[in-house]
Write a protein that binds this ligand. Structure first.
Ligand code: UDP
Length: 334
């Protein structure tokens, strides 16, 4: 890590969320001035409270779907504000659509005004339930626009389109990362995603709930690898979308068995109905990231899972309660 970026300012939206908070840590460590922005609907200040005493860090409580004003120069913008799990976007579908569309538009406008480079967080969900495997960036996807995931998938697809429009029409300096399933400390226990779900169940001594028959696959990337990929992409000259994820694919049933072994629990695995439009398989093709960024994941699943479980085990009772009970359903008024 170096500190030769002193004086440069980066605005990170979704700063109190899982990925946003890890990005704040990384950019602080690299010597940047960081402005963290969040409306705290799904995020939690606990994820960034260790930064509050630092002179290089400022927190701004703001909803990016309304006009975004930041005083002074901004050199980089990372747009990571969005709910990011199927359970969350079912609770706040309209906010999910707005942050990907209106929020992105506001941040692109800010980037243009400030002459900043902007990186937007896209997702493997743009590939929908993919008919091509593994997924290359050139695959156009198979998305149900009106299904429960459509609010996220289509917001992210629109986000990519408007970002490329600003790039082509206004010459804006843009980057697009397509993030595949990523895990690590600071995930919320009740966000519905499979890793916090299984780990929460292990902690509480409950059965492990596999959806469907568990034959669907995912490929899990540890957060430190993800952050490294994003950092390299931001600093590169590459303006087309880049997949960042771990190609090591596993079925959800095998993954549930791994969790039972890791947590040393004797939980039963039980089978619940498969949610609608749950993708059957997902694995990133990371050839572009390897060739353009010299990036590939380094953290094995066993090591990453151990670190993540240690984080959850280390939470105090109050923190556990907050992580398990965060409720934001009242935020979906418009
Ligand atoms: N899943 C599961 N049990 C759970 C939560 C999720 O079997 O308690 C499955 C889910 O159906 C999906 C996979 O795990 O096939 C990953 O789900 P997640 O919500 O983490 O992410 P996504 O589906 O967006 O990849």
């Amino acid at each position: 890590m170096s500190s030769d970026n002193k004086g440069e300012t980066v605005l990170i939206t979704g700063a109190a969320g899982f990925l946003g908070s890890h990005l704040c840590d990384r950019f602080i460590a690299e010597g940047f001035r960081v402005i963290g922005m969040d409306n705290l609907i799904t995020g939690d200040l606990k994820n960034i409270e260790h930064l509050f005493g630092l002179e290089q860090f400022t927190f701004c409580h703001h909803d990016v779907t309304t006009f975004v004003h930041v005083p002074g120069p901004v050199d980089y913008i990372l747009h990571f504000a969005s709910p990011a799990s199927p359970i969350d976007y079912l609770k706040i579908p309209i906010q999910t659509l707005k942050v990907g569309s209106l929020g992105t538009h506001n941040l692109l406008g800010l980037a243009k005004e400030k002459k900043a480079r902007i990186l937007i967080a896209s997702t493997s969900e743009v590939y929908g339930d993919p008919l091509v495997h593994p997924q290359k960036e050139t695959y156009y996807g198979n998305v149900n626009t009106i299904g429960p995931r459509g609010v996220y998938d289509e917001a992210k697809r629109f986000q990519e389109s408007i970002t490329m429009a600003y790039h082509r029409f206004h010459g804006l300096d843009t980057r697009i990362v397509r993030i595949f399933n990523t895990y690590g400390p600071r995930m919320r226990l009740n966000d519905g995603r499979v890793i916090p779900a299984f780990m929460g169940q292990a902690l509480r001594g409950e059965d492990i709930t596999v959806f469907g028959d568990g034959s669907q696959t995912r490929s899990f990337c540890y957060v430190d690898d993800q952050v490294e990929g994003i950092y390299r992409l931001l600093m590169s000259d590459y303006t087309d979308p880049v997949n960042i994820g771990n190609p090591n694919e596993i079925s959800i049933l095998d993954f549930a068995k791994e969790i039972v072994r890791l947590t040393g629990s004797d939980q039963k695995i039980v089978f619940n109905p498969l949610p609608q439009d749950d993708p059957m398989q997902r694995q990133p093709d990371i050839t572009v990231a390897r060739e353009v960024l010299g990036w590939e994941p380094k953290v094995e699943r066993a090591e990453g899972m151990e670190k993540t479980y240690a984080y959850f085990k280390g939470l105090t009772q109050e923190e556990l309660y907050r992580s398990e009970h965060k409720d934001f359903s009242a935020h979906n008024r418009h």
